[in-house]
Structure formats: structure tokens, C-alpha cells
Write a protein that binds this ligand. Structure first.
Ligand code: NAP
Length: 275
């Protein structure tokens, strides 16, 4: 049997195990995905000693390790290098390669929901690991990108290292103005279970011309998405991005096309079971 891991600290809330194990079973692959809570102090040892073992196909990486892992692998894929964060590691005979599939996942999800981003004006809330991948993609495809974060300095740092053709500006979360925006992306955890009554945006700021994309997937319909629907906006939950970033990781580990629909159903069933 081969193994894949999710490395985070903590990892208790993740849907990745359910999603990937459903995909491995569906394709009759003898691979098991399990969650590993690894404290920052133990990360380097775990990566060098456990991930390089012959029975390990690779790992996903989540908070707080996505940036630290950059310096602990042997090679970096182009996307991971440009984004500045790793969410997937492939063990190729003891050589560890770091990739970032969040950008691919967000791109596939957004292009299904919105089509081409050419000319789109986008507001991105958050400047953490997921926002790094979103900013990388959005700054290449959209016309303008406003990055707003609780800590405005982090929004500024992300805006400064974002190198696409879009006009990129930044600010604090108090500066949300969606008047001229086509797409709002929430990459903060605000509204995530158990704090499901919270939203990062006051309802009066939302309007019918928006597509609102909330990266949060638990619950599937967050307070932000409910407020957006009430304002006449189109909405997308974090589930499509979760599935597509996972499908790309699955392809990197196995060389097989992932059964995305099986993965989506497994995630939705798990979320429904714990509602
Ligand atoms: P992260 O690296 O920890 O970044 C969190 C970001 O949210 C930071 O910008 C942080 O601001 C901000 N934030 C945290 N708590 C906040 C609060 N109470 N009010 C306002 N801002 C707050 O996390 P991440 O990896 O980027 O993940 C962010 C969210 O995206 C999580 O809910 C995660 O589950 C989700 N996610 C979804 C997918 C998907 O495929 N759907 C993929 C990745 C992540 P400061 O900088 O000021 O601390």
C-alpha cells in the first residue's frame, strides 16, 4: 500500500482525507490518505525522514506550513516558486518536489463560474496562503485587483510581490468598496464553522452585479453567500476549488486523471453528515 498525508497543525477540520480516499477507492488504487498534525518544530524531520520513504507518494500541506515547506523540498514547480507557497509535495524516489495546486484549483473553479476574467475588477479579502495563490492567478487574468487584509501590511507585501498585468492596490478590511467590482473573493476564514453567523462584508456593500466566491466550504452556504444571494449576486462556495486543487494533486501523485465528480460528492456527503 502507498500513502499520502496532509501536513498541518492542527488538521482536524480537513475534508481532504474523505475526498482523496473516495478517489483512490473509485479507481481501485491501493493508496491511503491520512491526516498528520505536525508542529512547526517537527516539520523538517517529518519531511526528510517520513515523506522520502518508498511507500509514500506525497503529501498536501496546509496552515501553517505552506511557506516553510518551500525550503525543505529538493525542487520547486514553477507555480509554487512564483506563488511563494507549497500545498502539494510529490515523493519521486526520495526526491521531494513542491507544487502549488491552489492556483489551478481557483482558476478552474472561477472560469467555470465566470468565464474569462479579461476586463474583470476583483476585490480579494485576505493575504494568507490561499490569497497568495489567488493573487498570482488573478493579477495575470483580471483588469484590476484590490487586496484587503486585516493586517494591511500583509496586503501591501502581497500586492508588491504580485507580478501580473493587472493594476494591483491594497488596504485594510475597513476599506471594502465593491461599487466598481465584478468579483469578490473571500480568502479569510470568517464565516467558517462554528462561527457561521459571521461575514467579512456588510450586506449593504453587496450588489447584483457581483460574483461572490467564498473559499470557505464549511458551511457550503456561508453567511456571506446568503447575503450575496439576497442582494441578487451570483455565488460560488469553496467546494469547486477544494475539489479541483485536490484533483490536480491527485494527478501529480498518481499520474491518473482524478474522478472530480466522485470527490465532489464525497465532500458534500461529509459536510451534510456533520451539519
Ligand atoms: P491563512 O494562511 O492562515 O490566512 C488567513 C487569512 O485570513 C489572513 O489574511 C488573515 O489575516 C485573515 N484572517 C484570519 N482570521 C481573520 C478574522 N477573524 N478577520 C479577518 N481576517 C482574518 O489561511 P489560508 O490557508 O489562506 O486559508 C484561508 C481560508 O481559505 C480558510 O477558511 C481555508 O479553509 C480556506 N481555503 C479554502 C481552499 C479551497 O480549496 N476552497 C483552499 C485553501 C484555503 P491576518 O493576515 O491579518 O492574520
Amino acid at each position: 500500500m502507498r500513502r499520502c498525508y496532509l501536513l498541518g497543525y492542527p488538521v482536524g477540520h480537513s475534508m481532504s482525507g474523505v475526498m482523496h480516499n473516495a478517489a483512490f477507492r473509485h479507481l481501485d488504487l491501493d493508496v491511503e490518505y491520512s491526516l498528520r498534525g505536525v508542529a512547526p518544530g517537527g516539520l523538517a524531520r517529518f519531511i526528510r525522514e517520513e515523506l522520502t520513504r518508498g511507500d509514500v507518494a506525497g503529501a498536501n500541506v496546509t496552515v501553517p506550513h505552506k511557506v516553510a515547506v518551500m525550503g525543505l523540498v529538493d525542487e520547486l514547480g514553477k507555480e509554487a516558486e512564483e506563488i511563494g507557497a507549497v500545498n502539494t509535495i510529490v515523493n519521486d524516489g526520495g526526491c521531494l518536489r513542491g507544487h502549488n495546486t491552489d492556483g489551478v484549483g481557483a482558476e478552474r473553479a472561477l472560469s467555470e463560474a465566470y468565464g474569462s476574467l479579461g476586463g474583470a475588477r476583483v476585490v480579494l479579502l485576505g493575504a494568507g496562503g490561499a490569497a497568495m495563490a489567488l493573487a498570482h492567478y488573478l493579477s495575470r487574468e483580471a483588469e484590476s485587483l484590490v487586496i484587503l487584509n486585516r493586517d494591511p501590511l500583509k496586503a501591501r507585501l502581497l500586492a508588491e510581490k504580485t507580478r501580473g498585468g493587472a493594476e494591483v492596490t491594497w488596504g485594510g478590511l475597513g476599506k471594502i468598496d465593491l461599487g466598481g467590482a465584478d468579483i469578490l473573493v473571500n480568502s479569510t476564514p470568517v464565516g467558517m464553522h462554528p462561527d457561521t453567523c459571521e461575514s467579512p462584508v456588510e450586506p449593504r456593500l453587496l450588489h447584483g452585479g457581483l460574483l461572490v466566491f467564498d473559499l470557505v466550504y464549511n458551511p457550503v452556504k456561508t453567511r456571506l453567500l446568503r447575503d450575496a444571494e439576497a442582494a441578487g449576486a451570483r455565488t460560488m462556495s469553496g467546494v469547486p476549488m477544494l475539489v479541483y486543487q485536490g484533483a490536480e494533486a491527485f494527478r501529480l501523485w498518481t499520474g491518473r486523471e482524478a474522478p472530480a465528480e466522485v470527490m465532489r460528492k464525497a465532500v458534500l456527503a461529509e459536510l451534510e453528515a456533520h451539519r
